[in-house]
Design a protein around this ligand. Structure first.
Ligand SMILES: [Fe+2]
Length: 362
């Protein structure tokens, strides 16, 4: 899914004028924050007028934040995203429940507010089929929490312990996802919110197999209508345009040892006693579930590509390096983020109150 416009005029991007903006977190180098020159400025027009500078800045910093522009409808957001990535997509085979807002704009996730979403490159378990560009827009910021943290995955690759990195780099990873099916009367799994017909939009198993095989996934049906998907890929990836190496997998999201570690960290980070309590409760459920069920009955897990278990200490180290390189900035109404999905990961903090964040991708 390479954007022809992304790759067009590479030389002109190198020569592009630097985009004027501020870098509140200069230590981590992202996001570059751009403010509208005047109220009512249309973001799509503003980007189109300095397209090369915007593309060059996104390539360098990995993420741009636009604030104060006239983005009050999903269509205005879609128009702005399309200037950067003309090949917007609407097919989504990922983990989050989503709701459609326009042809190419969806709610970022319908997960309950108290669930944190760990940092990840969008759909990295599809590796070279993952989106190259990701856009978020916030029409309604939450009163407490709800930020979309950003992580430079090139820095994560650089900062990992060489022993850990080499093991991942030489052995690759296998993402394992298990879904109940339409025959399941309920879906009580607190860590898997979709059933397989909701992922694929069909109850036709032959069609599911066709889509999964096209995406490069192996799949196994259980007698009880449960589907297990195996996505096997390298754990790191050279940036398709710059060749810079980046961490590019879902192990710190889907490994069994990652969930309790991430929940404990979120519980510590959150100032709200209510969110602290729910993160702590989820951590207890995750630990119990992981102790009571074998790995092949869990909702998700990650192993090395050869099936060997990744040491939990390695996963905790990955999570620590990810957080060391993560920037958390609260949303303001109308903010737009433009992310290079090959170099920057995103997540979601738990939140309280009403919140709407929309997503588009290409
Ligand atoms: Fe995501």
């Amino acid at each position: 899914m390479e954007s022809t416009q992304d790759l067009r005029g590479d030389r002109s991007l190198q020569d592009a004028e630097p985009l004027a903006g501020s870098l509140p977190d200069s230590e981590r180098g992202l996001p570059l924050c751009v403010t509208a020159p005047a109220p009512g400025t249309v973001l799509a027009d503003w980007i189109a007028e300095r397209h090369d500078a915007v593309m060059a800045a996104r390539r360098k910093h990995g993420a741009l934040r636009f604030r104060g522009f006239a983005v009050d409808q999903a269509q205005a957001f879609e128009d702005a995203a399309r200037v950067i990535a003309p090949d917007l997509q609407c097919e989504y085979l990922g983990q989050s429940p989503r709701r459609k807002l326009s042809d190419y704009v969806f709610t970022s996730t319908e997960l309950p507010p108290h669930y944190p979403i760990p940092q990840h490159a969008e759909m990295s378990f599809y590796f070279d089929r993952a989106p190259h560009s990701l856009f978020f827009w916030c029409p309604t910021p939450s009163a407490v929490g709800g930020a979309t943290p950003l992580t430079d995955l090139r820095r994560v690759y650089r900062d990992l312990d060489p022993v850990v990195r080499e093991a991942f780099e030489t052995r690759g990873v296998r993402h394992i996802r298990a879904y109940k099916g339409p025959k399941a009367k309920h879906n009580f799994d607190v860590f898997q919110f979709k059933r397989w017909h909701e992922v694929y939009g069909t109850t036709d198993k032959a069609e599911v197999e066709r889509i999964a095989h096209e995406a490069g996934d192996e799949l196994v049906w259980d007698d009880d209508d449960r589907l297990t998907l195996y996505s096997t890929h390298p754990a790191v990836r050279a940036h398709p345009e710059t060749g810079e190496m980046a961490w590019f997998n879902h192990s710190q999201v889907m490994h069994l040892a990652a969930t309790p570690h991430e929940l404990a960290r979120q519980a510590r980070l959150l100032g709200s006693p209510r969110l602290f309590a729910s993160a702590a409760a989820l951590k207890l459920i995750a630990v119990a579930k992981h102790r009571l069920l074998p790995a092949d009955r869990q909702s998700y897990h990650v192993t090395y590509a050869d099936g060997g278990e990744i040491p939990s200490s390695h996963i905790r180290h990955v999570c620590d390096v990810v957080w060391r390189n993560t920037v958390v900035q609260p949303w303001q109404r109308g903010d737009v983020l433009a992310i290079d999905n090959a170099s920057v990961a995103h997540g979601r903090q738990p939140f309280q109150g009403e919140r709407l964040v929309a997503v588009a991708w290409a």
